[in-house]
Design a protein around this ligand. Structure first.
Ligand SMILES: *Cc1c(COP(=O)(O)O)cnc(C)c1O
Length: 405
């Protein structure tokens, strides 16, 4: 169905961020993407759509999430005051549900009955399976064959919630890139009844702008919470960057507040200057991958680099196009955080605040640990705590050589 009501067409989604973004996909999937863009432009400011979304965010997801003053961590670091935006308290333990709830409501408006998604370690697959279950839609998740082996519990979680999980790529080898390819092929073949829920602020237009919109609830709440709690905005907002969805959501409503520094923490693995890292904005070059133009980590022969980070959610060779743009125009800054620094932050926050952060989020905490002591005591830092760390406890024990089997 064509959308041609001029009143609902006034606020257009952004296709390009500077030169980044766009829609670099085979012609076969363009109609499906254009249909998503049309519907999103039509419903993004629709009162009924937003009322339904806000009700789910409140009663299903548990929003709003607290803005918590980390007093003990602040005292320990003896510098800037640190506030945690508690996205770890969302349903399923991370920010990802903010996005999957928004997109499944759109799928419903579009009359779709079948949901597909790609997933790396499985967190986005779980958040997608949950909303598909909630809305009674059939759900097929593509996951790299090797990731299926490594993340059996997440495969079982998805299955419990009624999803079919399809290993992508060669047995024992397939990873996220294979899953993305399989999901787009499925979309091209089944676009009449199928909606593809993309999990981060990446991919072809309209996904980067749409995922930003759904994740911007983070900074919409946080900005107001700062004004209510301390009567001012923070001096800096810090978030980890995998594809960049929790970061762009945490930045969105501060973009126009030029006095607020926006800081991304990337997975530097064994070190940004070693072969084993996932620091796309630190080490990448401009290229096209996963349907978008953005910074990307490539080998000298132009193929996509195999990345490494202790944190599965940051282990991705690309990054959302808006982050590439924000880096170039110097509105946001991006810093590499190593595995060691992240694991130290994981332990310190657990010990001082009784909050076990996700390994992804621990990268943002580590950046705060570096910055806060350099700042004065009347300055304020927000750390977006994108998820809880229960899923990572076993891995951290292994990393530290502690036997918990
Ligand atoms: C998936 C995930 C991330 C990384 O994804 P972004 O799109 O960069 O936000 C970060 N933190 C947690 C807890 C995650 O599950």
């Amino acid at each position: 169905m064509a959308v041609n009501n001029p009143e609902t067409q006034t606020v257009k989604l952004q296709e390009y961020f500077g030169d980044y973004g766009g829609q670099y996909v085979p012609d076969a999937v363009k109609p499906a993407l254009d249909e998503v863009a049309d519907y999103f432009n039509r419903y993004r400011d629709d009162p009924d759509f937003n009322a339904e979304l806000n009700d789910l965010l409140k009663n299903y997801d548990g929003r709003e999430t607290p803005l918590y003053f980390a007093e003990a961590l602040t005292k320990h670091l003896n510098g800037a005051q640190i506030y945690l935006k508690r996205e770890d308290l969302n349903h399923l333990g991370a920010h990802k549900i903010n996005n999957t709830l928004g997109q499944i409501l759109l799928a419903k408006r579009m009359g779709k009955t079948r949901i597909i998604a790609e997933t790396g370690a499985g967190q986005h697959g779980v958040a997608t399976a949950a909303v598909a279950a909630r809305f009674g839609m059939s759900c097929d998740i593509y996951m790299g064959a090797k990731d299926c082996e490594r993340q059996k519990l997440n495969v079982f979680r998805m299955t419990l919630m009624g999803a079919n999980v399809h290993p992508a790529g060669k047995p024992g080898e397939g990873t996220l890139e294979d899953a993305v390819g399989a999901a787009f092929a499925d979309l091209a073949a089944h676009q009449d009844n199928t909606y593809y829920i993309v999990g981060s602020a990446v991919g072809p237009y309209p996904y980067p702008a749409m995922v930003k919109k759904f994740q911007s609830v983070i900074s919409r709440e946080a900005r107001q919470q700062f004004l209510d709690q301390i009567g001012r905005l923070p001096d800096a907002v810090i978030a980890c960057v995998g594809g960049g969805s929790n970061a762009i959501g945490a930045f969105a409503n501060f973009l126009d507040d030029k006095e607020v520094r926006l800081i991304g923490a990337e997975g530097a693995g064994k070190g940004a200057d070693t072969p084993q890292n996932a620091a796309t904005l630190t080490n990448g070059t401009v290229g096209v991958n996963d349907g978008m133009k953005s910074y990307v980590l490539k080998n000298p022969d132009g193929s996509i680099k195999r990345t490494y980070s202790i944190s599965a959610g940051l282990d991705y060779p690309g990054v959302g196009p808006e982050h590439s743009y924000l880096k170039d125009i110097k509105r946001a800054e991006y810093f590499p955080i190593t595995d060691d620094e992240a694991v130290n932050a994981f332990q310190l926050l657990s010990k001082l605040e009784g909050i076990i952060p996700a390994l992804e989020s621990s990268h943002a905490v580590a950046q705060a640990i570096k910055m806060a002591p350099q700042m004065s005591k009347d300055q304020v830092l927000m750390v977006n705590l994108s998820g809880r760390g229960d899923k990572d406890v076993q891995q951290v024990a292994n990393y530290l050589g502690i036997d918990v089997e």
